[in-house]
Structure formats: structure tokens, C-alpha cells
Design a protein around this ligand. Structure first.
Ligand SMILES: Nc1ncnc2c1ncn2[C@@H]1O[C@H](COP(=O)(O)OP(=O)(O)OP(=O)(O)O)[C@@H](O)[C@H]1O
Length: 759
């Protein structure tokens, strides 16, 4: 038995003795927790914390500052920004039930202990003075969803500890001195949505990240990663990669038409400079060598200048691209005005060649990232602390310095692009709107960002005309992100225009907005609302979609008009199937998969034939807690959220839960949350679940407006599907493809053709 084991046994023994002795004190708080918190207090050097005592005590009944309890167990330790020093000590592992540890923004030093509580879900240790390695014992925290270790002094390699962390959604390791390659087990982080590793010394390639299905926010800036960049990573909506010596790109621009590297003077090479899009041919190119970007020969000096040339050529390519794009755009607009067919052809190979995104500019402002989003409506005791913690990301001086450099680079191109947008915007205002219905003339910035050629760019002027100046008569509804208007084009086509409110996209720069447009535009399915185009002009952002003439399922079920009566049992089952197919497409067909995050009856639109079109697909990243707060109930997702949402977790299975709630709405005709109902019945799912398996109770739950016109077997099978979807444990909920199959079988098996159940 090695000495580590003896040490462990010793600690367990001491803990056991302490637990035994404290069990005689009749304290309410679990003795293991008292022991752990006493030990921590000693390790931190007995700082002044209201309520805390050095020995014993009863943290749960005495309300120690920063201690959260459920009954007799400590579930949270929230002491961020409390000016704590000292170290964490070795007894954190004695906490029996703790879920949230938030000690960010302190001065705690020493190493991160290897003994961490196995029940931890949120571990926030950012902005401290931790040294040494990230402990590999992280692997034992099987319930971990969020971890932030950024802004510390951590060194060594990231441990290969992620195989056993399937629930990990957000991880921030930025602003440390981590080195080495990414460990293979990172490839198992299937729930990972946001990963920040910027400002470290990490090396190697990014291949382990390429198959993470949920990843929508990746920052690896200012490391030593080398190329090629896996193609899949380039589709991540928020991918920041500047300041790495990527020596190869997967997708290249056509060779620059002018200016060879040797003709140009060596440019300054700021740290964090944007990654070059294509290196000019070098005499000897190492295809794989991670630390030899475009290096020729063995002469260091020559390699140095060559690197500078690569950067310079990259910048030159960017400007040439913008200039060419501008020229093409002008040509395009000119043709549009003068040719009767109104459609001008883009020079064939030019845009086709641009597959890689151009330089993504640094955004030093904290983004509306998924971490904010997934923590929406998190348990009240952790909500604010969590957000505060996330807002500390990247606040170190060092990072600011780096960003200032790259920002300077970025601002040059940004100002130029904005200027162009302004000019183009002014010019486009004068274009007659009916031309826009026939032709697409995408601004160069959007084009360079690889927007599909068929996506339409609308001007504010044209949209004003189509919506009668966004008049009240054309106003359809208000959502969390903005207002929706009906727009009628000169050819009679009707579209829906979503005008984002100023806060919804406040952190989105143009390129990020275009990236969003591009990813939403690619969602094409019979049951998904199709994006037609966008407008990004004069600081306004709008999305233009197909119009669904029959309102929302929410209105059909819950408004007082006649629609409710129109929804027969058959129609309800068909609507369920259409909505299920939409989610099946998003979850299981789209690559990368798309989580809806806001699935509810108000986002299920119906057309003339009562076919389903699910709205707001691909907009999950915009749903911040800020924009979602203080909304009337019918606008928020209250009543639809899965239990895990309380802990800041949101996955595909959470969409499945929300889908089950919508099915319940269809079955009962009740709202997902209705404060006018008696207590105990306000949350539909809580009220309904216990009754789903009792046929008598089930029959009483059915929407009275159906007046009994439903087949009993169909009802009971429908209830069985609901039961599967609304299970508390996310992993027990079936995938959407299984639900689709179940609904198809239900329709096939039951005599749905019976006249009495038809609409
Ligand atoms: N494509 C569309 N066709 C017809 N009506 C639409 C369309 N898109 C939205 N609407 C209407 O506009 C309203 C507002 O839509 P919006 O998506 O902004 O908010 P919401 O779905 O009600 O709430 P949330 O912001 O939570 O998604 C909807 O309730 C719906 O009535």
C-alpha cells in the first residue's frame, strides 16, 4: 500500500472521528458538512465571515454567510468576491451534498485540491491565485455541469479527465499558463456548449473538438495551436481562434490577384493578430509541423520575416477581398437597375472560393454566451453569483493588453466594413423595393462571411414600405427578442419580419449576426419556419421569414376565439407529429445538432392547412436571462422547462420535456402555466403527471372542447408518449425520432379516419 493510500486512510479516519464526536452535539447540520466547512475555514485563515465559527457550529440553522442549505445539508458555498486568501485545504471532499462552490474573485492560492466533493455541479474558482495542475480527480465529479478556473496561475497539461463528465456544459480555463496538447477525453464532452481556453500556451491540433455536437461557443485565441483547423469547427456560431500559429487552412481563398509577399515591406506583427487566411506558397512548407508556420529553410530570421509576410498577405487578401466584393456588389446593383431580368450573375469562382470565414474580430465586451443562457432561471441562490462569475471571464490585465492589440487590428477592418455598409445602405435605400423581390444582392461583408447566395438582404426602406412603416395594423406579436410584423411584398407575397429589440443583439457584431443568419438559413424542413432573408442596416437587425397565416398553437388552444373548437383530436395528433418531426430534424438530422431551447406552443405556428412550422429555430444563443426576464407569462417559457433547467442544464432532452408539455396542452386545452388555476394546478405538468396512467382521471383531464370526440385507445397511447417525455430524469426521455415513430404508430393503429374525430 503506497503512502498516498495511508494518507487517504488517515484523513478518512480523522474525518470519521470528527463526525462521530460532532454527532453528540445534536447540531442540525450534517456533521460531515460541519467538518468540511470547519476545515475550509481554517485553511482560508479564519477570515471575517459573519456567522462562521472555527469549530463545530451549525451552519444550516445559524445562516452562515455564503452557506446554502437544503434541510440539514450544505448544498452551496457562495463566497465569490469575499476577499478570501489562504488555501482550500484537503477536506473539501467531506462535503456530503454540495452542488455549487463559488469562490471566484478572491486571492486564494495553493493548488486546487484533488479531493473535491463528488456531488459538485458548479465549480467556480476563477480569478484567484491557484497554482499547479488542474487535478485529474476532476474526472470523479460525474455531475459537473459548469467549471471555471480562468484567470489563475495554473500550469501543466489539461488532464485527460473528461471521459466521465457527460454533463459538462461550460468550461472556462482561459488566462492561465496551461500547456501541452488537448487531452483525448475532451472528445467525449457531448454536452459541452461553451469552451474557453484562450490565453494559454496550449499546443497541437484541434481534432478532439471537432465532433462535439453541442459546442456553440469556442475560444482558443492566443495559444500555440497549429493547423489545419477541422472544418466542422468553422461552423461553430461563436468560434474565436486568432493569435494561433495555424500553418495551414482547410479552406483557402483563391490566390490574391496582386502583391506577392516579397513585394511588400514587413508589417508589424502584433500579438493576437488575426490568423492569416492563406499563406503564400513558401519554398518549403511543413504541412504538419505545429511550430513551423510557413517556415522556409533553417534560417530563423528568414522564417521570422516569412511569418510576417504571411500576416501581411493575409491582411492584403482581406482588403483585396473587400475591395473586389465592393466592386462586384456595385456591378450587381448596377445590373439590377438596368437589366430587365433583375438578376445579375456573380463572377463564378470568386465567392465560391471563400469558404473560410475571414478574420473574426476580437470582441472584448463580454458576450451573451451560452453560459449566461443556460443559467437562466437557475436556482435563485446561485443565479446572480453565477452570472457575476461569468462576467469576470477574461478581465485580467494581460488579456486586456492582448485584446487591445488585436482589437486595434480588428477595428481597422471593422471601420472600413461599417463604412462600406453605410454607403451601401444609403445606396440601397434608393433602390425600388420591388427589385428586391426579384434579385439578391448581398453586401460584401455578408458575402465574405459565406452567407448562402440565395439569402436575401432587405433594406430598411423596403421593409418600411412592406410593413407600412411597421404600423400597428401590421404588428403581429411581441416576443422576448423583439416584435414581429406582417410584410406584404409588391408581388403579393406575405412575410413575417422579426425586428430585434436593441438589447437582443447588443453584443453581436456584424460578422456574428451574419453567422447567425447563415446557420438559421440552413435550417430547411417542412415543419420549421423558413428564413427568407435579413436586414442589417443603420444599426438595425431584422430577420425575415415565411409568414404562417393561422397564428400560433398557443392562440389556437387558449384564446377565446373559435379556433379552439376547430382543433379536433386528429388535428391535435397531427400537430404533435409535425412538431415532433421539427425537433427530430433539429436534434438528429442537423449537423451540428440544434437545441431549440424555447419550445412552446407560442413557437408552433400553423398555416392554412393547420400544418406545423416551428419558429425561432437556431436562435438559442440569443436567449439571455436579461432579455427573458420581466416578461408576461405567455411570453416566457414558464411551465415548459425541464427540472434540470433549475440547475443550469439545458440539452436536447430538455426540448423533449418541453415537447411533452406541449402535448399535454393539446390533450387538456390548459396552459403550461396558468396562475388563474387553483394552487397545485398552476403548473400543468405537475398537475397532470400523476393522472396520466389512470384512465378515469385521464378522461377527466381531456379538453372539454373536444366534447368526448376522441378514440379512447388513442388518448391513452397519447398519454403514454407524454409520460415518456416528461420524465424527471433527462436520460430516460426518448429521442425525438422514437417519439415520431410512436406518434406515427398511434395514427396508423387508431381509427383516426373515423368521421367523428375529423376536423
Ligand atoms: N413566421 C411567422 N408567421 C406568422 N406569425 C409569426 C411568425 N413569427 C412570429 N409570429 C407571431 O409573432 C409573435 C411573436 O413572435 P416571437 O417569435 O417574437 O415571440 P414568441 O414566439 O411569442 O416568444 P419568444 O420570444 O419566446 O419566442 C408570435 O407569437 C406569433 O404570433
Amino acid at each position: 500500500m503506497d503512502c498516498l493510500s495511508w494518507e487517504t486512510i488517515g484523513r478518512v479516519f480523522i474525518g470519521f472521528m470528527v463526525i462521530l464526536s460532532s454527532s453528540y452535539s445534536y447540531a442540525y447540520t450534517d456533521p460531515r458538512d460541519v467538518f468540511a466547512v470547519n476545515s475550509l475555514y481554517a485553511s482560508l485563515g479564519y477570515p471575517s465571515l459573519p456567522g462562521w465559527v472555527p469549530n463545530g457550529g451549525d451552519p444550516c440553522s445559524e445562516s452562515w454567510q455564503g452557506i446554502e442549505c437544503v434541510n440539514a445539508n450544505i448544498t452551496g458555498l457562495i463566497l465569490n468576491g469575499a476577499n478570501l486568501g489562504g488555501v482550500l485545504g484537503d477536506n473539501l471532499g467531506f462535503f456530503s451534498s454540495i452542488m455549487i462552490i463559488n469562490l471566484s474573485n478572491n486571492r486564494i492560492g495553493g493548488s486546487i485540491p484533488s479531493s473535491l466533493p463528488l456531488t459538485t455541479r458548479n465549480l467556480f474558482l476563477s480569478a484567484n491565485q491557484f497554482v499547479g495542475n488542474i487535478p485529474s480527480s476532476l474526472s470523479s465529479l460525474g455531475q459537473l455541469t459548469d467549471v471555471s478556473l480562468n484567470n489563475n496561475l495554473l500550469t501543466g497539461e489539461i488532464p485527460d479527465a473528461f471521459q466521465t463528465l457527460p454533463s459538462l456544459i461550460n468550461m472556462d480555463l482561459s488566462d492561465n499558463n496551461l500547456s501541452g496538447q488537448l487531452p483525448p477525453s475532451m472528445g467525449s464532452l457531448t454536452a459541452m456548449a461553451s469552451l474557453h481556453m484562450q490565453n494559454n500556451q496550449l499546443t497541437g491540433v484541434l481534432n478532439v473538438l471537432q465532433d462535439l455536437p453541442a459546442l456553440i461557443d469556442l475560444n482558443i485565441e492566443n495559444n500555440l495551436f497549429s493547423g489545419p483547423i477541422p472544418e466542422r469547427l468553422l461552423t461553430i456560431p461563436n468560434f474565436k481562434k486568432d493569435g494561433n500559429p495555424f500553418n495551414t487552412t482547410v479552406m483557402d481563398l483563391p490566390p490574391p490577384p496582386a502583391a506577392s509577399a516579397s513585394d511588400l515591406p514587413p508589417p508589424p506583427a502584433p500579438s493576437g493578430a488575426p490568423a492569416s487566411r492563406k499563406a503564400p506558397p513558401a519554398p518549403i512548407v511543413s504541412a504538419k509541423g505545429p511550430s513551423s508556420p510557413a517556415r522556409s529553410g533553417s534560417q530563423e530570421a528568414k522564417g521570422f520575416w516569412t511569418t510576417k509576410k504571411v500576416v501581411l498577405v493575409g491582411v492584403a487578401v482581406l482588403f483585396v477581398t473587400i475591395a473586389l466584393g465592393l466592386a462586384v456588389f456595385m456591378l450587381c446593383c448596377n445590373k439590377k437597375r438596368h437589366k430587365s431580368d433583375g438578376i445579375s450573375k456573380m463572377p463564378g469562382g470568386y465567392y465560391k472560393g471563400i469558404k473560410e470565414k475571414p478574420v473574426i474580430r476580437e470582441n472584448s465586451v463580454e458576450q451573451k454566451n451560452v453560459t449566461d443562457t443556460v443559467n437562466k432561471e437557475a436556482a435563485e441562490h446561485s443565479k446572480n453569483e453565477h452570472r457575476i462569475n461569468i462576467r469576470t471571464v477574461g478581465m485580467s490585465k494581460q488579456k486586456d493588453d492582448v485584446e487591445t492589440d488585436s482589437e486595434r487590428m480588428g477595428m481597422i477592418s471593422r471601420n472600413k466594413e461599417e463604412h462600406e455598409m453605410d454607403i451601401l445602405g444609403m445606396e440601397k435605400v434608393s433602390v425600388k423595393p420591388n427589385v428586391l423581390t426579384e434579385a439578391t444582392c448581398v453586401p460584401p461583408v455578408a458575402k465574405a462571411l459565406n452567407l448562402p447566395p440565395s439569402v436575401r438582404s432587405f433594406t430598411i426602406a423596403s421593409l418600411q414600405q412592406y410593413t407600412n412603416s411597421f404600423s400597428q395594423e401590421n404588428f403581429i406579436g411581441q416576443g422576448m427578442l423583439g416584435s414581429v410584423y406582417r410584410a406584404e411584398l409588391p408581388d403579393g407575397k406575405v412575410l413575417a419580419v422579426k425586428k430585434f429589440n436593441s438589447q437582443a443583439l447588443i453584443h453581436y457584431k456584424d460578422d456574428q449576426f451574419f453567422q447567425l443568419v447563415s446557420s438559421v438559413y440552413k435550417l430547411r424542413h417542412a415543419n420549421v419556419v423558413e428564413l427568407v432573408g435579413y436586414c442589417a442596416e443603420h444599426g438595425q437587425r431584422l430577420l425575415i421569414s415565411d409568414y404562417c397565416s393561422n397564428g400560433t398553437l398557443y392562440d389556437a388552444l387558449h384564446s377565446d376565439n373559435e379556433n379552439n373548437k376547430r382543433l379536433s383530436w386528429n388535428a391535435r395528433v397531427r400537430i404533435s407529429l409535425g412538431a415532433a418531426r421539427a425537433l427530430e430534424y433539429l436534434h438528429e438530422v442537423c449537423q451540428p445538432p440544434v437545441v431549440h431551447r424555447n419550445f412552446k406552443s407560442a413557437n408552433i405556428l400553423l398555416d392554412d392547412e393547420i400544418s406545423v412550422h416551428v419558429a425561432d429555430c437556431g436562435l438559442a444563443s440569443l436567449l439571455s436571462s436579461d432579455s427573458a426576464s420581466q416578461l408576461p407569462e405567455q411570453l416566457s417559457a414558464k411551465g415548459y422547462n425541464a427540472p434540470e433547467f433549475e440547475w443550469g442544464t439545458y440539452t436536447y432532452q430538455s426540448d423533449v420535456f418541453s415537447f411533452g408539455v406541449v402535448m399535454l396542452e393539446l390533450l387538456t386545452g390548459r396552459k403550461a402555466y396558468d396562475r388563474l388555476q387553483p394552487r397545485g394546478e398552476q403548473f400543468l405538468v405537475r398537475w397532470a403527471i400523476p393522472q396520466l396512467h389512470d384512465f378515469d382521471a385521464l378522461s377527466k383531464m381531456v379538453d372539454p372542447s373536444l366534447t368526448g370526440a376522441y378514440p379512447a385507445k388513442s388518448l391513452s397511447r397519447y398519454a403514454d408518449i407524454i409520460s415518456l417525455c416528461v420524465q424527471a430524469e433527462p436520460e430516460f426521455r426518448p429521442p425525438m425520432s422514437e417519439i415520431v415513430q410512436n406518434l406515427v404508430h398511434l395514427i396508423q393503429r387508431e381509427s383516426l379516419t373515423k368521421k367523428s374525430y375529423e376536423d
